[in-house]
Design a protein around this ligand. Sequence first.
Ligand code: ZN
Length: 336
Amino acid sequence: MKSDKKHDAKQAEPSVVIVCRLEADGSKGPPESVRRYLLSDPEWKDRLTEGQYRVLRQGKTEPTFCGLLRTQRNHGIYCCAGCGLPLFTSEAKYKSGSGWPSFFEPFADENLEESRDTSHNMERTEVRCKRCSGHLGHVFTDGPEPTGLRYCINSDALLFVPQDKIKEAPAEAYAAAAGKLEKATFAAGRFWNVEEAFRTVPGVVETTVGYTGGQTEEPTFEQVSAEETGHAEAVEVIFDAGQISYKELLDIFWSIHDPTQDNRQGPDVGSRYRSAIFTHNTKQLQEARRSMDVQDASERFTWPITTQIRPATRFWRAEEHHQRYIVKNGSHHLKG
Ligand SMILES: [Zn+2]
């Protein structure tokens, strides 16, 4: 029997997939291409609990009526315990009596991968996470209206994010990789472009655009644009330090803008477009300074670098229509 079914990172699988992201209000974002979250077997073992590993990476099924999320009734989103991709909503959860969490529809069809499973002498449809290929469970056709489907999912494959925590979903949802994920914050001109530059870099698991480095609490785009707040347009990057280093992110940062332009990037003029690195710990601060010295000493830039390096202060998430702006609107909107 295929009890040793594995879903290790396979070189042959595409490195980019189309999925839908979670918007801050809990709704579904537009389809976008993201890097697959591919880890080696030892890395998965290191990041997941024993139960999560057995389900997600070995394709095992947890005992019936045991899963912690089976009776969860709160309002929120169920994300993949391996990579944080949103998979189901509490609105689609129902009591099936099967002993496993059951849903009549996914958060987004795009976020699931289905395949024929003939193990255990049964004909079933296996459901996996699109982003990390983690095994989730199976889908059957004996579900309730309106879909008639029953997604029978292992609790250990899921992480529940309550509705009021969705704004912080990246941190919550990537709990499975806790200890391996770090945060970096960069300002390098218009945040739409900066987010797009970091979004699909391998090892980057989440990006958010927002405002930081200023004084005003809960700033709006209009206030920041009027230069009333002192904030810079910035991007918060959540990255897997085992996949990409902070130094490599700094190299990308230097390559995507002109750090010698004071308070502007091309046609975009104002202190909100300043070049800045907001560091989250002493190590980042030292690495950023060292990296800037290397860039300054190189022949790369004609003028001195004006980039500010500052300890990070509160990051205010920007309005939802600014998140993934280029995915939503295309790059033709960017002409200044
Ligand atoms: Zn996943």
